[in-house]
Design a protein around this ligand. Structure first.
Ligand SMILES: [Zn+2]
Length: 508
């Protein structure tokens, strides 16, 4: 069985390599061996070491040299005086599966300096993985992509509509096999979203079995844990248990403490993680730079008693009150969008609890859910997480995001957390956006400025870079990111997309 699996895996690998760099595509984007020289920039190589002034030469899709270089005859030169040159930013938690088809230029992504965006976190993924990889290979975007195998997606493949229960040992075995298959097809790891409907019914054993499949392929486990609120500590312990028993590196998705009872407890949370790390657990986390999350209306009620006034009242109280919850989208009643639960309740002359239950019922009747933004984190916790060396920057946004993080994450960290608040140094922030996610992904030739690495590059102005997207205008583009190159091709230049789509699918 192992033999045949390996044969299949090799042929799929060969296929995927062809897809990620077909000859026709190479001819179109790298017509010759011409070079570009970037002069006078401050280089941050991605590892966190201090800036150095050096020139960088690009040949084709790679970095050809770094140092004291002068222009060759006829060579294209970019004068980057006053700018920082860094590896392109790697967003390890990005939701652009739909957006890649509707908007492959992804202005909101490349304008931030994102050159690679990892898709299908939180447990939902395309299926089968190989079809998606093939489709994306034929329809390149401006930036590179990679994809997780989704735990909930695989669970549904095996359990169908009968998922509201713990799986049997036979079902677990089937899920582990499918995770194995997805990894063979090119997934870079397993993602889970244990606060969401399908994933929430799984038990720890199921997750360990699937994580083992991913680990056997050198993948990692990206997890939106079971609870980011009152039971955030229990959920963290389950995650650590999965990491230890499956021997798998983890990326704790969008680390946060999201209810009143756990506010201010970041240092305790960090201590639990530090203990696990000191035992050898390979634990990294990512964190988006906002005090508000974006999800669906049901996630706030952990016991799933969505129509039980007591459960709902507790849930709303835990978030800090009904004014902390804003509806961003609701198909059955578009007039709710843009308003807080407190406002909608008072308009309808109902209590916030009654209003919540009404929205749930309206959603269930239309087989949909309200999308909400919850303002329920506090700055001191976000700051404490950002200051940990094992915390990466990631957006949890993507093309068309209703949350400002979709267009603002990376410039926001550079402009607000580094320049204005001095929470961390600029080179450390860049490390969190480049070599640290590359390390989690197992990539040695991206996320770093070194000879031979892919020329995924960003040039930004450290004095002006900042986000402009807001909850009212989530698509507004940031400023200060001057040029972005993906695989040696300019995709973003002086406030505009160039129209080039040199992104590839990066497979495990
Ligand atoms: Zn999530």
């Amino acid at each position: 069985m192992h033999q045949s699996c390996r044969a299949i895996s090799l042929s799929i690998l060969a296929l995927a390599l062809l897809i990620s760099a077909p000859l026709a595509f190479r001819a179109a984007y790298f017509p010759d061996d011409s070079t570009t020289l970037i002069l006078n920039a401050q280089l941050a190589d991605g590892t966190g070491i201090p800036f150095r002034e050096a020139a960088l030469r690009i040949r084709g899709n790679r970095i050809a040299g770094i140092g004291k270089l002068s222009p060759a005859h006829g060579e294209r030169v970019i004068d980057a005086h006053g700018l920082v040159l860094a590896p392109g930013f790697i967003d390890i938690h990005n939701h652009s599966i739909d957006g890649l088809d509707s908007d492959p230029f992804g202005e909101t992504q490349i304008a931030q300096g994102i050159t690679t965006a990892v898709q299908a976190p939180d447990g939902d993924s395309p299926w089968p993985i190989k079809d998606w990889i093939e489709h994306r290979g034929k329809n390149p975007a401006a930036f590179n992509v990679a994809v997780f195998a989704g735990h909930a997606t695989i669970r549904e493949q095996v359990m169908g509509k009968d998922f509201k229960r713990i799986s049997t040992p036979q079902e677990i075995e089937k899920m582990a096999q499918l995770a194995w298959q997805a990894m063979n097809e090119g997934a870079i790891g397993l993602s889970s979203g244990l606060e969401y409907e399908v994933g929430s019914y799984s038990n720890t054993a199921e997750l360990i079995a699937m994580a083992r499949s991913a680990a056997e392929h050198g993948g990692f486990y990206s997890t939106h844990i079971r609870d980011e609120a009152d039971k955030a500590f229990d959920a963290l312990l389950e995650e650590i248990e999965i990491a230890e028993r499956a021997h798998i590196p983890v990326d704790h998705s969008h680390i946060k403490l999201g209810t009143v009872s756990v506010w201010g407890r970041a240092s305790e949370y960090i201590r639990v993680i530090e203990e696990a790390r000191s035992r050898g657990v390979d634990f990294l986390a990512d964190c988006y730079p906002y005090e508000a999350w974006h999800s669906n209306l049901k996630v706030i009620v952990p016991d799933k008693q969505y129509e039980n006034p007591k459960s709902v009242a507790k849930a709303i109280g835990d978030l800090g009150g009904p004014e902390h919850l804003t509806i961003t989208e609701f198909k059955p009643n578009a007039s709710y969008a843009g308003h807080s639960l407190a406002e909608i309740a008072s308009t309808n002359k109902l209590s916030p609890v009654e209003m919540y239950i009404r929205i749930i019922r309206e959603g269930d009747a239309a087989n949909t859910e309200a999308q909400v933004i919850g303002h329920s984190m506090i700055e001191s916790d976000v700051k404490a997480f950002y200051q940990q060396p094992w915390v990466m920057v990631a957006s949890d946004g993507g093309i068309g995001s209703a949350h400002p993080r979709g267009a603002g994450t990376f410039p926001r960290v550079l402009g607000r957390f580094v320049r204005e608040k001095h929470w961390l140094s600029l080179t450390e922030a860049i490390r969190k956006m480049t070599s640290l996610p590359a390390q989690r992904l197992g990539w040695k030739d991206r996320g770093i400025l070194q000879e031979g690495a892919y020329a995924d590059l960003v040039l930004f102005n450290p004095a002006t870079v900042i986000d402009r997207s807001t909850f009212a205008k989530p698509q507004d583009l940031p400023v200060g990111v001057e040029k972005v190159l993906v695989n040696g091709q300019l995709v973003w230049d002086s406030g505009k997309a160039t129209g080039a789509r040199p992104g590839v699918v990066i497979i495990r």
